[in-house]
Ligand binder design. Structure first.
Ligand code: ARG
Length: 459
C-alpha cells in the first residue's frame, strides 16, 4: 500500500484531486471507524500493539467521530485521512494502527460493512411493498378488471390476481437481495495488500467484532474481488425492473380511470390547473433505467481487471451506492402509492368484458362439451369477427350461434346449453370459473394470498 507509506513522496501534484476519493468516502466514514476499532482491538488482544497505545488510538478515533468527516485532514481517501487524524492527536504511535493491514483489505471491509446495512434497508422496502400489494389483494379478490396481453383486452381477471402477480415477483426480488446480503456479509479484513501478513493476526476475531458471518478465505480474493458489488447491483436492478412494470401498469390504469392515486403520490401542472399526474410512478419507472446503467458501468469497470488490487476499484463502488439509494427509495414510493391508491370498481367492471374478453371462456366451454378446442376456437374467432362490425345489432350469443352455424352440421344448442354460454360471457362468471391452480377465481386467489402472507412473515 505504497500510497500511505510513501505519503511524503506522493503528497501533491496536479492529479491530487483526481486520485482522491475522500469526498465520496463520506459514505464509509462510520464504517471505517468501526473497522479501525475492530482491527486495533484485535492487534492489542494478539499482543501486536500494547494495550495503552491501543487505548490512545481508540480515544483518538472517538474524537474523530465526534468531529465528523468534514473536519478530517486532507488525504487521498478516508482511510489515510483518519490515520493522519489519529497521528495528529496522539503522535507517531498512531501509525501502529496500520500494522498488519492495507487500505486494500480495509476499503473492502468498509464497503461490505456499509453495504450490508444499505441492502437490509432495501430489503425492508421490498417487504413494505409486498405488504401493500397483499393488502390491495385482500380487499379486491372479487373486484373484476380487464386483463391484457399486448395491452389489448384479453380475459377478465381481478385486482387481487393482478396485485398478487407483482407480489410474487417482488418476493423473488427480496430473495435475490437476501442471497446477495449473505455473500456481502463476510470479512476481507486481514488480507492486507493481498498477500496476507507476517503478524499473528486473528481474522475470525475482527470478523466477529464487525458482525460478519465469516471471513473471505483467500487473501487475494478478499482484497480484490468485487463480485459482491455486482450481484447486489444486479439484484437491485432486477427489482427496479419489476417496479417499472408495476408503475407502468398503474399509470395505464390511472389513464383509463380504473385507479386514482392519492394526492400525496401525484403531481400537478404549472399551467393546466385541472391536472393530476402520476409523476411519482413515472420516476419509479425511470429508476430502472438508472439502475441498468449503473450495472453496465460497474460491469465494464470490473471487466478484465487483473489480480490483485487496482485503483479502478475506487470508481466501482459508487455504482452500488447510487443504485441502492435510488432503488430502495423507488420501492418505498411504489409501496406508498399502491397502499393509498383508490380502485374504481365500477369503471373496472364496466370494461372487464370489453373487446369480447370472455371469448376464451366460451371456447373452453364448447371444448368441454366435446368439440375439438381448435374447432371451438374457430367458431368463437368467427363470432368475434362478426362482432367487430360496428353496425351489427347482434348480441354476443347470437353472433356465436351464427358462427357455429357456418362451422357445425348441427345447431349450437344441441352441442351446449345456451344458458351456459350466457354464463361464460359474463366477466364475473368467467373469472369464477378459472379456478385452476394460480388462477384468478376468488377462492384460488385466497389460497395464493395465504401462501404469500406466510412467506412475507418468514422473510
Ligand atoms: N480509496 C481506495 C478505494 O476506494 C482504497 C485505497 C487503496 N489504494 C491503494 N493505492 N492501494 O479503492
Amino acid at each position: 500500500d505504497e500510497g500511505v507509506v510513501r505519503r511524503d513522496r506522493f503528497s501533491g501534484g496536479p492529479a491530487r484531486s483526481f486520485l482522491s476519493s475522500l469526498a465520496a468516502d463520506e459514505r464509509i466514514f462510520e464504517a471505517d471507524l468501526e473497522v479501525d476499532r475492530a482491527h486495533v482491538v484485535m492487534l492489542a488482544e494478539q499482543g501486536i500493539v500494547d494495550d495503552d497505545v491501543a487505548g490512545e488510538i481508540l480515544t483518538a478515533l472517538d474524537a474523530i467521530e465526534v468531529d465528523g468527516h468534514g473536519s478530517l485532514p486532507d488525504g487521498e481517501d478516508v482511510h489515510e485521512a483518519i490515520e493522519t487524524g489519529v497521528i495528529e492527536r496522539i503522535g507517531a504511535d498512531g501509525g501502529k494502527m496500520h500494522t498488519a493491514r492495507s487500505r486494500n483489505d480495509e476499503v473492502a471491509a468498509c464497503i461490505r460493512y456499509r453495504l450490508r446495512e444499505d441492502v437490509l434497508a432495501a430489503i425492508e422496502a421490498t417487504l413494505a411493498l409486498r405488504e401493500a400489494l397483499l393488502e390491495t389483494a385482500t380487499e379486491h379478490t372479487e373486484t373484476i378488471m380487464p386483463g391484457y396481453t399486448h395491452l389489448q383486452p384479453a380475459q377478465p381477471t381481478t385486482v387481487a390476481h393482478w396485485a398478487c402477480s407483482y407480489e410474487s415477483a417482488v418476493r423473488r426480488d427480496t430473495e435475490r437481495l437476501l442471497d446477495a446480503h449473505e455473500r456481502i456479509n463476510e470479512s476481507p479484513l486481514g488480507a492486507a495488500a493481498f498477500a496476507g501478513t507476517t503478524f499473528d493476526i486473528d481474522r475470525e476475531r475482527t470478523a466477529e467484532l464487525l458482525g460478519f458471518e465469516g471471513v473471505v478465505e483467500n487473501s487475494m480474493d478478499a482484497s480484490s474481488s468485487r463480485d459482491f458489488l455486482l450481484e447486489t447491483t444486479q439484484a437491485l436492478s432486477t427489482h427496479a425492473t419489476t417496479l417499472s412494470g408495476l408503475a407502468e401498469d398503474v399509470i395505464v390504469f390511472a389513464n383509463r380511470g380504473f385507479v386514482s392515486l392519492s394526492d400525496d403520490y401525484s403531481s400537478t401542472s404549472s399551467i393546466m390547473p385541472q391536472k393530476k399526474n402520476p409523476d411519482t410512478l413515472e420516476l419509479v419507472r425511470a429508476v430502472a433505467g438508472d439502475a441498468a446503467g449503473e450495472v453496465q458501468g460497474l460491469t465494464t469497470t470490473l471487466k478484465g481487471l487483473p489480480r490483485a488490487y487496482n485503483r479502478d476499484l475506487q470508481r466501482a463502488t459508487p455504482h452500488a451506492w447510487e443504485t441502492v439509494d435510488a432503488v430502495a427509495e423507488a420501492s418505498s414510493v411504489a409501496a406508498g402509492a399502491v397502499a393509498t391508491a383508490e380502485w374504481n370498481d365500477a369503471a373496472l367492471a364496466a370494461e372487464a368484458g370489453d373487446g369480447f374478453s370472455t371469448a376464451t371462456g366460451v371456447a373452453d366451454l364448447l371444448a368441454a362439451n366435446g368439440l375439438p378446442f381448435r374447432t371451438a376456437h374457430e367458431i368463437v374467432a368467427s363470432a368475434a369477427e362478426r362482432l367487430e362490425d360496428a353496425d351489427t345489432e347482434e348480441s354476443d350469443l347470437d353472433a356465436i350461434a351464427a358462427a357455429a352455424g357456418t362451422v357445425l352440421e348441427e345447431p349450437l344448442e344441441s352441442v351446449v346449453d345456451l344458458e351456459a354460454v350466457e354464463a361464460a360471457l359474463d366477466p364475473v362468471e368467467s373469472v369464477a370459473s378459472r379456478n385452476s391452480r394460480g388462477g384468478p377465481a376468488p377462492d384460488e386467489v385466497e389460497s395464493q394470498l395465504a401462501g404469500a402472507r406466510e412467506d412475507l412473515t418468514a422473510d
